[in-house]
Design a protein around this ligand. Structure first.
Ligand code: AN0
Ligand code: CP
Length: 315
């Protein structure tokens, strides 16, 4: 594997999740694989988990790591070809990415969507501008449409906690006060559609995900119905794809609470974090024994390490 951009960058999703589980049990087995190699992690947005777990993963493989918060630590970057740069941007991606590329053996990029320009976001404009101007592998640390390091972590976590070979996994939309990306649910859907699970998505009208990501999933418009017999409840808010970036619904009845969890098959509760308590999920659920959000976040390190190991093996 050269670039890790989405589920399409890898073959068997279950195999990679198993590799991550094996790495977790023996993290320093490949501690020299990345010796004298450097990973530069470029962030255009905030991050807690991705920032720390990906650095840790690279360091476990012997790599050096450098974090760059683009625009705050460095100059403001211009992404448009042909731009007359008389505004707030001081450096063009053509020079910026090419220069970073000379210092790095692997680049990680968190770019996020605009949530205002659907075409720009769904063409992965920023990610592709980086790809065009670098000569080293790129790891997607959440782009405009997907978050594959999160999805690999999610599959790994489901395998660790599953009590049957083909668990029922339910992705449920939940309310939020801000417009959030579709990356996590898009990506979760495309990974679950390739995994050995029964996969159901439930969301209010107007929050249907792009069919390219979620097309093969079973859709259930009734959240209560969807929760029945679930083995895993994966909650996430996202803004509308069709009415792009808009908040169409803030109905608190979509929050995950104990009453709804009681309908499940003693399901585990999952969320990628960060999460707004008592908006997305009630304290009684996230603080319960069935909540595995902390273990899930912990697994980000092993998922990232499995991905970096595959890239380093091909360098
Ligand atoms: C981001 C999102 O929803 O995509 C990052 C989650 C990994 N969440 C927020 O911005 C709160
Ligand atoms: N889940 C996740 O990617 O979290 P951060 O945004 O904190 O990295």
């Amino acid at each position: 594997m050269r670039n890790f951009l989405s589920v399409h960058s890898i073959g068997d999703v279950e195999k990679l999740a198993q590799e991550a589980i094996e790495i977790k049990s023996n993290p320093f087995q490949w501690e020299n694989l990345g010796k004298r190699k450097t990973m530069v992690l470029v962030f255009l947005n905030s991050s807690l988990r991705t920032r720390i777990s990906t650095q840790k993963a690279a360091q476990n493989l012997g790599m050096n790591t450098i974090v760059l918060n683009l625009g705050t630590d460095s100059w403001n970057m211009e992404f448009e070809d042909g731009a007359i740069m008389n505004g707030s941007t001081a450096e063009h991606i053509k020079e910026g990415a090419a220069v970073i590329s000379q210092y790095a053996d692997i680049i990680g990029l968190r770019s996020f969507p605009t949530l205002t320009d659907k075409d720009r976001d769904y063409s992965e404009f920023v990610l592709n501008q980086f790809l065009k101007n670098i000569k080293v592998p790129l790891v997607n640390m959440e782009s405009a449409t997907v978050h594959p390091l999160q999805s690999l972590t999610d599959l790994m976590t489901i395998r660790e906690f599953a009590t049957k070979p083909r668990p029922k996994v339910v992705l449920t939309w939940a309310p939020h006060i801000k417009a959030l990306p579709q990356c996590v649910p898009n990506s979760f859907a495309e990974w679950m559609n390739k995994a050995e699970v029964e996969f159901v998505i439930t969301n209010p009208k107007g929050y249907e995900l792009h069919e390219k990501f979620a097309g093969a999933a079973t859709f259930c418009k009734n959240q209560t119905e969807a929760f029945k017999n679930a083995d895993f409840i994966y909650a996430k808010n996202w803004s509308s794809y069709t009415d792009y970036g808009q908040i169409l619904n803030t109905d608190p009845n979509w929050m995950v609470n104990a009453e709804k969890m009681a309908l499940t098959n003693n399901a585990k509760f999952m969320h990628c974090l960060p999460v707004r308590r008592n908006i997305v999920v009630a304290d009684e659920v996230i603080d319960s024994e069935n909540s595995i959000v902390i273990q899930q976040a912990g697994n980000r390190e092993w998922a990232a390490q499995a991905v970096l190991k595959r890239i380093l093996e091909k360098l």
